[in-house]
Design a protein around this ligand. Structure first.
Ligand code: AMP
Ligand code: MG
Length: 419
């Protein structure tokens, strides 16, 4: 049996970063930028007002005070999006709104509240300035955010909402990113029924397809749901064949020692098996190999195949440990691991057979220290244990277990501010 690290290393050696693709910026959230983005414009493009007020010449405000207003003639009003045809000359002012380009001749903005505007009739055509204002006050300079020709976002940047905004601010509606991998998902098992069907006696609902598809979405992939295959060779082969255009194929179930676990037989025919079991719990009967497929040009290629155990917890845990890093590598990400923390374990865990245990735990922070409490029964069929958990507490394979109060490593599945 190989270790978790050996298994991951093997899987990662079979996957590579995918090609670049031009995409609308909103579709690029979470993707890796595949080009250096330079600006073809200044941002802001023109000097503009940071406040609602009056654009004036600063020297016209000298000596101004609440008791000694400096009276200026108002020659125009300029709003955001338009440009005044007039020039501010000595003893004149142009009424200006936030974001409007600063008119020629003006060198500062006097805010509304520093004028006597509310006390006077509009028809007076004049404004009283009630304080001295320095040159440059409340003017946002052209190019103060971004200058024409500058490198704004580097190739390799992971696109977050702020990068989507920056791209839009440059007028970039589309950008080159590493494309998202298509991950085909095939559930296997004669007992499975899809969630939109009534449940006959003796059957169970197929949850793996949905939990795995949701995990694929969460790490930036595109799930391609292939439905349910029966535990028969021809049904499985037909299912496999529908997934040959994908970048990765995930099957769930059929990889343990049962009479109907035919995935491995089919795998041996349709591709090759690289390894079969991993020293971990849950998730021991994890299979990895490649399936023979064809690329767009009809050339032979190998599709990485992950054969997850059927138990719902096992398939989710093996996804987080192996499929997620592989998908992230394909999308060009550098950080492939979930955050790890040290926590005080609040329940004993016994390790009976020298495997690495990933126990479902609820991590909380109390008095600056992380505590991890088990979610309850740890059977690999108890899917609600995943739903309760925000982390997986790890017991190393070479330890007989951990006692309450021991420090353990926890792989965080979810991370939020309350932790
Ligand atoms: P297997 O690995 O096929 O032997 O399945 C192990 C256990 O997981 C069995 O109890 C199956 O019924 C269950 N199981 C397998 N596939 C699924 C699935 N897609 N959704 C829910 N449970 C499953
Ligand atoms: Mg099965």
């Amino acid at each position: 049996m190989i270790s978790v690290e050996q298994a991951l290393e093997k899987i990662l050696s079979y996957v590579d970063i995918l090609e670049e693709k031009q995409s609308p910026i909103l579709d690029c959230l979470g993707q890796v930028l595949a080009e250096d983005v330079y600006s073809s414009i200044n941002l802001p493009p023109l000097d503009n007002s940071a406040m609602d007020g009056y654009a004036v010449q600063s020297r016209d405000t000298l000596g101004a005070g609440p008791q000694s207003p400096r009276i200026l003639r108002v020659i125009d009003t300029v709003t955001a999006g338009s440009i005044s045809r007039y020039e501010v000359e000595p003893a004149t002012a142009i009424r200006i709104m936030t974001g409007a380009p600063v008119p020629k001749g003006a060198d500062c903005i006097v805010r509304f509240e520093d004028t006597d505007e509310t006390l006077r009739k509009k028809s007076s055509g004049e404004i009283g300035i009630l304080c001295e204002v320095k040159t440059g006050s409340d003017i946002r300079r052209a190019g103060e955010d971004i200058t024409t020709g500058s490198l704004v976002l580097k190739k390799g940047t992971v696109i977050r909402p702020s990068e989507v905004g920056v791209l839009a601010s440059l007028g970039r509606a589309k950008v080159m990113v590493i494309r998202r991998p298509v991950v085909a998902i095939l559930a296997t098992g004669d007992e499975l029924v899809d969630a939109n069907q009534p449940l006959p006696e003796g059957k169970i609902y197929n949850s793996n397809t949905y939990s795995v598809a949701a995990l694929v979405l969460r790490c930036g992939g595109i799930p391609k749901i292939l439905g349910i295959a029966l535990d028969k060779e021809d049904s499985l082969i037909a299912g496999f064949h529908q997934g040959l255009d994908a970048d990765m194929l995930i099957t769930t179930g059929g990889v343990s020692m049962g009479d109907y676990d035919v995935v491995k037989d089919v795998l041996a025919k349709e591709g090759e098996i690289t390894f079969w079991t991993v020293r971990m719990k849950p998730g021991k009967p994890l299979a990895f190999g490649t399936i023979k497929g064809l690329d767009k040009n009809g050339k032979a290629r190998k599709i990485p195949h992950l054969g997850f155990p059927g138990n719902p917890v096992s398939s989710m845990v093996t996804f987080e440990l192996f499929a997620r890093p592989a998908i992230l590598k394909m999308t060009g990400k550098k950080n492939l691991t979930k955050p790890m923390i040290q926590a005080v374990i609040e329940n004993p865990i016994v390790n009976t057979d020298g495997r690495r245990i990933f126990a479902r735990a609820i991590v909380e922070k109390r008095d600056g220290q992380y505590f991890a409490q088990l979610t309850g029964p740890q059977g690999s069929g108890i899917l609600t244990s995943m739903s309760l958990a925000n982390g997986l507490a790890i017991v190393p394979e070479d330890k007989p277990g951990v006692e309450k109060g021991d420090m353990v490593q926890v792989m965080m599945l979810d991370w939020n501010e309350e932790i």
